[in-house]
Structure formats: C-alpha cells, structure tokens
Design a binder for this molecule. Sequence first.
Ligand code: ATR
Length: 497
Amino acid sequence: MNRICLCLTGQTLAENARSVEKHSCDVDLVELRADFLAEHELGALDRFPAMIPVPAILTVRREADGGGYVGPESRRIDLLSKAVSGGYDFLDIEEDLQVSAMEQSLRDRGGRIIRSIHSFSGMVPEIEKRIRGLKRHPTDLPKAAIQMGRTRDLVTLVGLYERLRDLEKILVGMGVASYPLRILAGRLGSYLTFSSLPDRQQAAEGHADPVTLSEIYRYHNIDAETRIFAVIGNPIMHSFSPRIHNRGYSLLGLNAVYLPFQVDEITDFLTLAEMLGIEGASVTIPLKEVVIPHLAAKTDSIAATGACNTIVRQSEGWQGENTDVEGFLTPLKQALEHDRERRPLPQGCKATVIGAGGAARSIVYALRNAGYTVLVLNRTLQRAKDLAEAFGCKASELDRGASESIADHNDLIVQTTSVGMHPDLTGDPLPHYRFRGNEVVYDIVYNPPVTRFLERARKAGCRIIYGKEMLISQAEHQFKLFTGQDYPDPREIDLDF
Ligand code: ATR
C-alpha cells in the first residue's frame, strides 16, 4: 500500500486540522510536528487525534535532528508522555531515546513506535544494521531519513532499499536530489512518503505537496509494474515536462510515471536507471552533450547538432534522439499549412535565427534540412560564424545594425536566446527592428507565454508561433518514443506559471 503522510507545521492545532480537512482526499495519514507549534498549544497535544479524520503521528523533533524543539529533554519526554492518551497511531522517537514505560503505554492503546535516525551528512556507516536495530519490539516501525546531495547518493539509497526489502520501515532521502525517490518510496518499500503543503516546506527540503503527489504523479497507483520515465538536468525542479508527460499517461490510462532527476553526473544516473529499470529519459541542460558518449545508437540529428535531448532504453543500450529538431519544425509546418491559402511563404524561404547556443544549433539544422536559407545573428559574432559555417549559413552580429542585416532574411525570424525570458520580461533582442507584418515570428521562450518580442510582432500583424508550441511538440515526439502512443489532446495543456 502506498501512503502519503502530510507533515503539519502550522503554529496552532486548529490551523493544522484545517490543513488536514482540506487535503483529506489526498493523504493517508499526517505527522503533527509539535516542534512547530506555538508554546501555548503544547498543553493540548492529546486533543489533536480527535480533531482529524485520518491517523496521526506525533513528533517533537529536536534541533539536532533537524527540528525546532530547543527545550530540555525531560520536557520533551513529558510532552510526548502526556499526549499518548490522546489516541495517536504513532509516536516518533529517536534512536537514542529510552522511554520504555511510555512506549508500552502507547502499545497498550494500539499505537506503534516509529524509531528514527536522521542523517544530514549523507550515508552513515553500518546504516543497514542500525536501521534493523531500530526495531526493538515486533510492532516498531524503523525510520531513516538520509540527506542526498549527489546522484551517487541515490544509487546508494536504492541499494539500501534493496537490502532492506524484507523489513517494514520508513526510508526516505532528504534534499532536492531525493525528490524522485520520494515519489517511488512506496514501490521501493517505504511504509510512507512525506509531503508538505506548498507554502510550508520547512519540514524538509524536497518534499512534494500532497496534491502534486497524488494528482500529477498518481502516487497511490505506482506499483511494481509501473513503467518509469525521467527528465534529467540540473537544475530540474522548474521543468514542465513532468506535468506534460504524466498528464498524457493519466489520460491514456497508462501505468507509467515520469520523474524529475537533478543529475550532477551522467554515469551515476545511468547506473540508477539500470537499478530502477528506467525506460527512457528527456535530457536537458547541461547534459545534452555529455550523454552522447554513452549512447549505443544515435540519429543523424545528434551527430549534426552535437545535442541529444531524449534517450530510450533498447536491448543493446541507450538509443539517442533529438526531438528538438522535429519539435521545432512541427509547429512551423502547422502554422504555414494552416495559413497557406491566405499568405503563402515565398519559395526558397529566407530565415533569421537569433542566437547561436545549443537550441539555435538544433533549429539551424532543422531549417537547413527543410530548405531554408539562414542568417545567424548573435551577440558574440564568433559563435554566430562558427554555427553558420557548420551549416552553410550567413552570420552577423546582434547589434544596432542587425535590423539591416536581416532585411533580406525576414520571411521567418526565430528567437532562441534567453532575452525576454522570465524574469527579464521587458527584454527584446531586436528592439530597433520594425516588423513589416508579413514575417512569421517564432520565439522559443515559453515563460512568459508571450514575450515582448512576440507581442510586438503580433501587434504588427505577423503570424506568430509561441514557445509553448515547441515545448509541447518536442514532448509529444518524446512521448511517442517512450510509450509508442500518440499524446492525447496536446492543445489542452495548461502551462500556468
Ligand atoms: P541554449 O542552449 O538555451 O541556446 P546557450 O547555449 O547558453 O543556451 O545560448 C544562449 C544564447 O543566448 C546565446 O546565443 C547567447 O549569446 P552569446 O553567444 O553572445 O552568449 C544568447 N544570449 C544570452 N543572453 C543574451 C543577451 N542578454 N543578449 C543577447 N544574447 C544573449
């Protein structure tokens, strides 16, 4: 059974009870973190279980274990002891605490002891033995929370899960890197996974909120048969890909989950992928190049662009793809087809690509393959020249004179730089360019949905293509590669920022 536990860090019991009420559909049990309560509430701890409709864990976490309790240990034990009569299902106490009478009193009432270890310095020696040692009574539930920093730590944690398969326990990683394993916690063999309300992440960094866990990742449905896919990069938590892919699985009723992994070392991720049986991954910055030497097979687009944004597990190893190429072209083709009757693009279209980074490289390759003549405009002229030379294009500097340079290459203008991207909302890469109104203008920035540049083009009457369309299109291509099925209702995807 997969259980979501909501950590309650409100200052009053009433506030915590309201949070439980609001999320009672998504959570299976709650942990009252009494160390976050206001002093005047502590005398009433025993009343809390009766205020909520789900089982409760009581924890008074010490500062040394990552909590907020700083008073004397005798008082902490006294608080726990007095609360036992309230009907808590679990009391969380630490490995070093010896409180046999209180433990027995809880057991007599049908409750269980969670005996816990918190390690903020990563894996500790003999961790397996220590976790097994936490079970001092048949009903005890051992718990270990271990800080994860690097991808390698996840490999170690998954190994520990495997060795502790036979033991009923709570085992979780802490920190942002551990996020995907928290979503797999039930499948890996943890009694529960912790979650926090979005505005209350003090309990632990890397907690998902209960709605995200339950509605986006469908935590309760993850089982041994669930197919696992990933998006890897660094940073990664801002990525919209989990929302897009998991939505597709949900609509099609596929038993699959798509998880974000913050990866610092690609080889460690590939080891982890082996251990978890990950079948495919979207690859993003800064891993698109470093993944290439690990591919068993790759498409021509990878060789040409030097970038791989998708890997799919095959029997002979990882197959690499670059769906940015098709993901860029598909919305362009659709926009042109849609509009063909009214305003056809001239034969032998001439395009300008603004920017000369990784994204521009895939786009220039796509445009050249589609028969466009391309001018590359970039702030750093040498990068523009290097890119232009690789694909037989012209190059020019992105400066005040750029408007003249592009006068002969403006059937299509593609914006690939980060100018205009959140939080640079007023940024415009070509502030002096006056749109004629018959250009097709494509900005690959999707946050904000309409950049300043695109807004100017729209006002001038240009046909515009939003960054969201490329984002979704490349994801649709990945979805098909991962699952073999077409993505459902892509136009309905709501990217609210
Ligand atoms: P990506 O893979 O997203 O394309 P990248 O490889 O870092 O990212 O490339 C970023 C692009 O945005 C480059 O073309 C960069 O110009 P430089 O080559 O001169 O660095 C461009 N860029 C970033 N910030 C810019 C700015 N403030 N003005 C103009 N161009 C900018």
